[in-house]
Design a protein around this ligand. Sequence first.
Ligand SMILES: [Zn+2]
Length: 850
Amino acid sequence: MKVSPVALAFTVLASRNASPIRAFSNAASVLLQSSTTSSSAAAADGRKGRLVAACPSTAAAAATARAMSSTAVSTPTSSAASPPANPLLECTGLPKFSVIEPSQLTPAVTAILEKLEADFAALEAKMGEGGEEVMGYEDVLPVVEKMQHPLGARRADFIRRRACIPGYAWGIASHLNGVKNGDELRAAYEENQPKIVQANMKFSQSKPLYNALLRVQRGWEAADGGEAKADDDDFATAQRRRAVENSIRSMKLGGVGFEEGSPEQARYKEIKMRQAELSTAFSNNVLDATKAFGLDVTSPADVEGVPESAAAMWAQAYQQHLIKECKDDEDKKKALEEAKVDAAAGPWRITLDGPSYIAAMQHLPNRALRREVYLGYMTRASEFTVEKLEKMDEEKKKDVDEKERKDKPGKNNVPIIKEILKNKKELSGLLGFANYAEMSLASKMAPDVASVAKLSNLILEKALPAAEKELSAATALAREVGGDEYSESNLEKLMPWDTSFWIERLKEKTFDLKEEDLRPYFALDAVLKGMFKLIERIFDIEVREANGKAEVWHPDVQFFELYDKQSGEHVASFFLDPYSRPADKRGGAWMADCLGKSDALGIDVPVAYLTCNGSPPVGDKPSLMTFREVETLFHETGHGLQHMLTRATVGDVAGINGVEWDAVELPSQFMENWCYDKPTVYGFAKHYETGEALPDEMFEKLLQQKTFGAGMMACRQLLFGMLDMELHSKFDPDGDETIFDVHRKMADIYTPYSKPVDEDRFLCGFSHIFAGGYSAGYYSYKWAEVMSADAFGAFEEVGLDNEDAVREVGRKFRDTVLSLGGGVAPMDVFKRFRGREPSPEALLRHNGLA
Ligand SMILES: [Zn+2]
């Protein structure tokens, strides 16, 4: 389909550029991983700190990243009498987290790969070298799906799908690597990763398989008389067609076209292997640099005015740090563990973990300390942090040097990025694309780089004036009440470490509503219950707590089951890992599949992992969420619902599988809109101690705040998106221009009011595009926002207080967007729900521009 909804959207936007966009629907559009959250510009807005959002895509990204990097926690084989069977080899039911050990990964992968190779070789032989043996659909994809399931890395690599990596051993390892990262798991993961990449490549480059798929496709076309049925009502057929079509495209992109034994084929393989290694190194470096930083604060004056929850979090971090330092001194450790943490008296330790970093940027009153934290964050995994690490531990460094092979990626991400970009450019060239961006867009809704740029610039036109206005208001406030250090003579303009802080003060002044004041109304348990009520109301699905019915990897993890209200059937389940755990859990939030629906595998009840990094309970208080964390929970749940409520039964297109990257944020961003729907919010916003409902006045302010600071946020997102595009299209990794030059150049266009400081190494922590799946795809967030806003618009049109009508539209959303998943092209799915192509009207309206 040539016309993309967004292309259409652009047209409409263009024709209505009369009023400047003051704000974009905030949250929805911006999904940041915590790690990328704060560019200088970014720091400016309240939401900037979206700790999260790594969604599926992110999720995916996370998964991919993880997939590329890690594994579980291993333990040396114990000398117990009879070792239990390897739980990673049991491919049915839920993972047995209680007995899974990192040491089991290698034996599991080895055994699985051996069988997989033999089975696949037999299948290839059956298909005939040129795929000339006529086989039907049933003899091809479902067979491959079954074969790959035990591994669980089902073609993830060549489909470059956001992670997913459904299935077993490797899927579990990838998951644990994200939520229970440890040295042993990491080592096991790294050891096995190349084998997985290689195995995937065998599939993606199998000529017999490719030819067999082409024959299946041609057979269908012949039966249709050459007419492809785009609006096929027969979903069973449609999803098979999509799966085959996607696979063929992915295989093309995976290099199946190379002649066997050709230098191109060899080079392609070489690059793929190296890229996996580089992404893993990139992501581990970011994690290590994040962990290595800690700023101890001892003077209460330095945390004056900081919200209690942040102070408590920092005090707890200080204590945890001391405990860690104890190493083997058990008595000391015990004493510390028992000591009461005093949030008001300190000391405190500020870390670069998402919630901590964001709180520091928004609330830390001491400007010099804020700068230190900011630069700590912005220089992660760069030459600056590497230097520091080296100074800190000369000995260790020597050790590492000896161990590291000459070509092993180091701790500094600058050379890694350069090599990644170079490789991607070469890779796309091998496949006949002019650059990597072209290759990336070949499997997305957006037709080309120009249309992405066009949308970005259209939005910029409206967002930039708004951003400039926001910054000048923040500056004025700083000058007025900030004292001498913010006077015009001392400070020409606010620095990146100032903007978030002053935007936050401006917001408080404007709305007299502190985030802290809201938190007591958003206790996790209550929010969950309220969200489940909404799901029941609009989708006719009941969510039941099912703790104890599944093994978990951490005591904080909860388990839930979904039941269809009409049939009473158990249709899906999910794990929720809600809190931040800086020591071993990656930052951000994401959804990933544990089990995906599939006829071939006989899996009827899909299971999802929802991972957030929210505020943990502190002391005897429950987890009190920030509003942003509430939105994030809704967001990830949106992804989860698409995975769980899918009707697609072909694994490749069930749930979020097979959904175009730039369409995958539709259900997630859609769900966020409900956080501003009064009946929904009042379903859960009750004070955790008194049970008192959120005061009306506060809710009104929340609504008004929705677009506060949105100009800067939109500009920052546009910067990230176009920086990503530029690096993957025009940038020459061998040229004189550095990646940081490109960052500055793009910042001149998209955030001219806030340029990167000299030390800014934001790109060294931009995991989305260097370790996740977002390369030349970061723009997707905005792209999908047009659709998600428009989808919510359908509910607004019938009236959000018209219960019957809302139910009806809700069912329709479930029956289309949530049910069809990747089984139908995204434009068609949208049209089936909305009765027309997407329009940006709703987005504009949500931003006060209609
Ligand atoms: Zn998402």
